[in-house]
Design a protein around this ligand. Structure first.
Ligand SMILES: [Zn+2]
Length: 280
């Protein structure tokens, strides 16, 4: 049963990933999300068997069937990454998932569990679309990041509501999580403000606001630390590899690091106290 849930989640993830490719490709192009996909080189409309996540790319050896031009590695990469994330989500919430299956979605708790899983799937889907877009265009699309902030805010309000009215927590005890968004965004805001937007884009500040509300305060702070470390390590590697091409002014999109840090902290259950334990 557990393997089946994992496999189903992975396949669902690759399908969602395929959709996210379309979202990040068509954003700001004037093309809506409806309308068939076509080859960017020869314009041939793609049929259903050319749109199967990962498999179509593998069977066609990464080329268009009509004109043989190379298809971007972005497609299968995003599909596989989304598949892995959905698989990881299903494993992280496996116990809840089983509980939800037992109590049923008509039950209050079952409905809560289902909504929590859908919310996380939507949040991670948005993060992937934002990360891909930022890597390609070095800008975070407003529309996507605003939806992300809104969904993350709904999550934290929903969780706080349940903590207070169902589990009997006090308002004080849920306050750190309600303030997590602004707290996590503050350091990035200061970097943005003090560098006049040169060291950090304002899009990263907005993204951090949503990331804070997506996790607990302690998890989100760990995610922020990890993203700076990953960014630093990748920055040093890039400097070694392309030392002639890179100057201090070379723009490196920060969103992919923020998103990697969040994924690491979220799935490995790392919070700021894990670091204190590790170093202390
Ligand atoms: Zn073609």
């Amino acid at each position: 049963m557990e393997a089946l849930i994992g496999l189903f989640s992975f396949i669902l993830g690759t399908v969602v990933g395929s959709f996210l490719n379309v979202v990040s490709l068509r954003h700001n192009t004037g093309r809506g999300l409806s309308g068939r996909s076509f080859c960017f080189t020869c314009g041939k409309t793609l049929s259903w068997y050319e749109l199967i996540p990962v498999f179509s790319f593998l069977f066609q050896k990464g080329r268009c069937r009509a004109c043989e031009s190379a298809i971007s590695w972005q497609y299968p990469t995003v599909e596989v990454i989304t598949g892995i994330l959905f698989f990881a989500l299903s494993q992280k919430f496996l116990d809840f998932f089983m509980l939800g299956a037992i109590v049923g979605v008509g039950n209050f708790y079952g409905a809560m569990i289902l909504s929590a899983m859908v919310i996380y799937a939507v949040l991670f889907g948005l993060l992937i679309a934002i990360g891909v877009y930022d890597l390609k265009h070095k800008i975070i699309p407003n529309k996507l990041v605003y939806i992300f902030i809104l969904v993350a805010f709904i999550r934290v309000v929903g969780v706080s509501f349940i903590n207070i009215f169902v589990l009997g927590d006090t308002l004080i005890s849920v306050l750190p999580n309600l303030l997590s968004g602004p707290i996590v965004a503050l350091p990035l805001f200061l970097i943005w403000f003090l560098s006049n937007g040169r060291a950090m884009g304002f899009g990263d500040v907005k993204l951090a606001l949503g990331l804070g509300w997506m996790m607990s305060l302690w998890g989100a702070l760990a995610a922020l630390m990890i993203s700076f470390w990953v960014g630093g390590i990748v920055g040093i590697i890039l400097l070694f590899l392309f030392s002639k091409k890179i100057t201090m002014k070379t723009e490196v999109p920060f969103a992919p690091f923020l998103i990697s840090g969040t994924i690491i902290a979220f799935f490995f259950n790392i919070n700021i106290f894990s670091f204190l334990e590790f170093f202390g």
